[in-house]
Design a protein around this ligand. Structure first.
Ligand code: PRP
Length: 221
């Protein structure tokens, strides 16, 4: 870590649903920067005065940036943390971005129990989580890794089942899919690189305490 790296706190934010909520919460404890926007084409946005550097990453890649210390801390969903399995500290449950990982099937293909789907195909963006779940149930299935719009797969015969996240349930409903098993709930988490957490302990710890205070105030309202 160079002395310049030591002066700055580098924060990774994911593109997508968690970006705005993460940026808003961090701004409440003084961690913001001019032009910090998901729409910006700039991938590094700095606040020189406060010595903060934001980097904007693809969601699935965020834990990798933090694990390798390219970012000191970051905000990411527990679903992605479970899938990526990176070696990072999980510092705080930020209590937003509620969703759940589940198994769903087209209503027309619904069977009586989960084991009735043995040997069929499961499309998912989360193959590790899906594999662990089906193994824990003792059900053998085939996994097809996709990168998005997972709900499409069973509608066009690419797979019979999907493992994906549900937030409002709207995507399932609009595509005639039904949830048949819950795997795990998830929320946004603040994570830290292990070395950064030790080297920049005072700064990161204060940020965590300030976030806890803001969250407690908001919960009490
Ligand atoms: C996620 C998820 C579902 C949808 C669920 O997709 O994969 O498709 O959101 O949200 P809902 O229950 O509120 O409808 P995302 O929008 O992240 O895009 P993707 O399908 O390209 O992964």
């Amino acid at each position: 870590m160079t002395s310049s790296d030591m002066d700055y706190l580098t924060i990774a934010l994911p593109k997508g649903k968690l970006f705005g909520l993460s940026a808003d919460l961090l701004a409440k404890v003084g961690y913001t920067a001019e032009n910090l926007s998901e729409k910006s084409r700039k991938l590094i946005i700095s606040n020189e005065k406060e010595k903060i550097r934001f980097i904007i990453t693809k969601t699935a890649d965020l834990p990798t940036y933090v694990e390798y210390g390219a970012a000191d801390i970051g905000v990411i969903g527990k679903d992605v943390l479970l899938e990526e399995g990176k070696d990072v500290y999980e510092l705080l449950d930020l209590k937003f971005g509620y969703c759940r990982m589940m198994v769903a099937v087209p209503k027309a293909l619904k069977r009586e129990k989960l084991s009735d789907y043995a040997h069929l195909r499961v499309a998912t963006k989360f193959p590790h989580i899906a594999e662990r779940f089906f193994r824990s149930q003792g059900i053998q299935v085939e996994f097809i890794k996709l990168n998005g719009s997972i709900e499409l797969a069973p509608m066009v015969g690419l797979a019979e089942l999907i493992v994906d996240i549900v937030e409002t349930g709207r995507t399932l409903k609009e595509n005639n899919l039904e949830e048949i098993a819950q795997i795990v709930p998830a929320t946004a988490r603040l994570i830290a690189n292990r070395v950064s957490f030790k080297m920049k302990f005072d700064r990161i710890n204060k940020l965590v305490e300030d976030l806890k205070s803001v969250m407690a105030e908001e919960a009490a309202q």
